[in-house]
Write a protein of this length. Structure first.
Length: 99
């Protein structure tokens, strides 16, 4: 997981504003299949929004930590049950500021 600079985070937040959630985590929690779908979505888009349906904030934070560890993605933003993550793919589809 690469740490994003404040300028990169701000830029990615702006891009993520219009995104719809591509993965939803529901009652069954974070399964291996869901992790695989997240990895596929990251490879295809680099910047994705995930909807986490967990009423308990601690449970939601635990899911977020597991996602970041399993995908080696960088957290851009969390707002309630929405998580935005970024992971550069080999094709570098999204231009982000260098520093």
């Amino acid at each position: 997981m690469k740490t994003l600079t404040p300028a990169q985070t701000k830029h990615l937040k702006g891009l993520a504003h219009e995104l719809k959630a591509v993965v939803m985590i529901g009652d069954k929690g974070l399964t291996d299949n869901v992790v695989q779908e997240i990895k596929i979505a990251l490879n295809a888009h680099e910047l994705i929004k995930i909807n986490i349906r967990a009423d308990d904030k601690a449970a939601r934070e635990a899911i977020i930590k597991r996602i970041l560890k399993a995908t080696a993605a960088s957290k851009v933003q969390t707002i309630g049950g929405k998580l935005v993550i970024f992971k550069r793919s080999k094709e570098a589809k999204i231009a982000i500021p260098k520093g």
